[in-house]
Design a protein around this ligand. Structure first.
Ligand SMILES: CC(C)(COP(=O)(O)OP(=O)(O)OC[C@H]1O[C@@H](n2cnc3c(N)ncnc32)[C@H](O)[C@@H]1OP(=O)(O)O)[C@@H](O)C(=O)NCCC(=O)NCCS
Length: 155
C-alpha cells in the first residue's frame, strides 16, 4: 500500500514561521547544526529558503541559498532523518536548479565536509564537480577542523 505521507511532498517557500521546525531537523541531522540566529539572519538578509512538506503539512527537507552576483551559493541543505534514503535530496536538488534557472543564475556553488561521502555522491550525481578545497573550513570534534570540498555546477 502506498504511504502518501512519504510519497506526496509539496514544495514551498519557507519563512520565519518555519524556523522552529527547521531547527528540530537541523539538530537531528547535523553534528554541527546551524543556530536559530543563523537561520534568522539568513531570512533577514533576504536569502531564499524552500522545502518539502509531507501530506500532513510537516516540513521535512529544506535548502537555503545566498546570491553572489550571478552565482547561487547553497548554504544549507538537509532532509530529516526518517525521510532520508527515499530520493528526496535528489528531488530537492531538481527544485534548487529550477529556482536558479528561473532567477537567471549561471551556476550553483556549495561547500561540503570532506567526510560527508553521502552528500558528495549525491551532488556528483546531480552534476556538481569538485573545484577546490577550503582547508579547515568546518569545526569538527575535539576542537579539530575539517576541510570543505567546494563544488560547482552550471545551470
Ligand atoms: C545528505 C542528505 C541531504 C541526503 O538526503 P536523502 O534524501 O537521504 O538522499 P537521497 O535519498 O535523495 O539519495 C541518497 C543517495 O545516496 C546514496 N548513499 C547513501 N549513503 C551513501 C554513502 N555513504 N556514500 C555514497 N552514497 C550514499 C544512496 O545510494 C542514494 O543514491 P541513489 O540516488 O543513486 O540511489 C541527508 O542525508 C541529510 O540531510 N544529511 C544531513 C545534512 C547534510 O549532510 N547535508 C548536506 C550538507 S552539504
Amino acid at each position: 500500500m502506498l504511504n502518501l505521507k512519504l510519497t506526496s511532498p509539496s514544495y514551498c517557500k519557507l519563512g520565519f514561521a518555519d524556523i522552529d521546525c527547521i531547527l528540530t531537523i537541523e539538530e537531528r541531522v547535523y553534528t554541527h547544526p546551524w543556530t536559530r540566529g543563523n537561520f534568522t539572519d539568513s531570512l533577514l538578509s533576504g536569502y531564499a529558503a524552500f522545502g518539502f512538506r509531507d501530506s500532513e503539512h510537516e516540513l521535512f527537507a529544506y535548502f537555503f541559498v545566498m546570491p553572489i552576483l550571478d552565482e547561487l551559493h547553497l548554504l544549507n541543505f538537509a532532509v530529516d532523518s526518517p525521510y532520508q534514503g527515499q530520493g528526496h535530496a535528489r528531488l530537492l536538488i531538481d527544485k534548487l536548479f529550477e529556482y536558479a534557472l528561473e532567477q537567471g543564475y549561471v551556476s550553483i556553488l556549495l561547500e561540503v565536509r570532506r567526510s560527508n561521502e553521502r552528500a558528495i555522491a549525491i551532488y556528483q550525481k546531480a552534476g556538481f564537480a569538485a573545484i577546490g578545497v577550503r582547508k579547515g573550513y568546518y569545526p569538527a570534534h575535539d576542537n579539530q577542523r575539517e576541510d570543505a570540498i567546494v563544488m560547482r555546477r552550471a545551470c
